[in-house]
Design a binder for this molecule. Structure first.
Ligand code: E4P
Length: 270
């Protein structure tokens, strides 16, 4: 069954999702760590240990910050050595390409770092995936998870074609038309399409690496990523929290409660 990860470094959110019995894993990145900085104050090391203990046995992704092969391998080894013993659950997040220059000839330091860490049996979650080809390279290098960025792919397509939007707006999985043309990026028409095409490639190649749909912005996208074939969805706390709600569920509860007859209440109460 599809796994649900929490996309957050906030301990109270991790504990809450765990208390609902829904925590299959946690993903963090430097921006999510920054958002939790009020909570860990000065002691980030102790804070991360707590996260790992709460999530014990369930994968927790910690991201490297370097841009070179050497830095990323050293950081990945350090994070794994320092923290894995607390919950046996550290996954090292490595960008598929750490370069800031999108037009460069290709920086394979990310791919090389994935290969080295994987050979040392350090599990890797390859992040910042925007094409099925990037996912394929990461899988070939040995990544356990690949993280296509669904919401950011949608943002990029809209920005590229000058479509105005706000962050949580729904973007159609089948793509958006403008002047009769379907908007796309490298043949991908939406973030959900990125998951769907990656699934096709992985199934065709019998690749065991898990597809982890990341950068989820709303409930519809959460559902569509499952249908498109994601193995794992990582979602922010507010989205996971909203999954259980529906107006008609609450309305139905009010109706049923109003109709309880004393005989039935007595029977149920014992
Ligand atoms: C998780 O692994 C990603 O880093 C995260 O989902 C990115 O989400 P964002 O695009 O909302 O920042």
């Amino acid at each position: 069954m599809v796994k649900i990860f929490l996309d957050s470094a906030k301990l109270n959110e991790i504990e809450k999702v765990k208390s609902w019995g829904l925590l299959d894993g946690v993903t963090t990145n430097p921006s999510l760590i920054k958002k939790a900085s009020d909570e860990f104050g000065g002691n980030i090391e102790e804070y991360i240990k707590k996260i790992l203990k709460v999530a014990k046995g369930k994968p927790v992704s910690l991201e490297v910050i370097g841009n070179t092969y050497k830095e990323m391998v050293a950081e990945g080894e350090e994070l794994f050595k320092k923290f894995n013993r607390f919950g046996k659950n550290v996954y090292i997040k490595i960008p598929v390409n750490p370069s800031f220059d999108e037009s460069s000839e290709g920086d394979f330091d990310g791919i090389k770092a994935i290969k080295t860490l994987s050979k040392k049996k350090i599990p890797v979650n390859c992040t910042l995936i925007f094409t099925p080809e990037q996912a394929l390279l990461a899988a070939k290098a040995g990544a356990k998870f690949v993280s296509p960025f669904v919401g950011r792919e949608d943002d990029f397509i809209r920005k590229k074609y000058g479509v105005s939007f706000s962050k949580d707006d729904y973007f159609p999985a089948e793509g958006q038309r403008k002047k009769g043309k379907v908007l796309e990026d490298e043949g991908i028409v939406s973030g959900v399409d990125l998951i769907k095409e990656t699934r096709k490639v992985f199934d065709r190649e019998k690749i065991k690496t898990k597809i982890l749909a990341a950068s989820i912005r709303n409930k519809e996208e959460f559902r569509e990523c499952i249908i498109a074939g994601a193995d794992i969805i990582t979602a922010p706390f507010d989205i996971i929290e909203s999954l259980v709600n529906h107006f008609k569920t609450a309305e139905g509860m009010k109706d049923f409660t109003k109709d309880i007859v004393p005989e039935y209440k007595k029977l149920v109460d014992g």
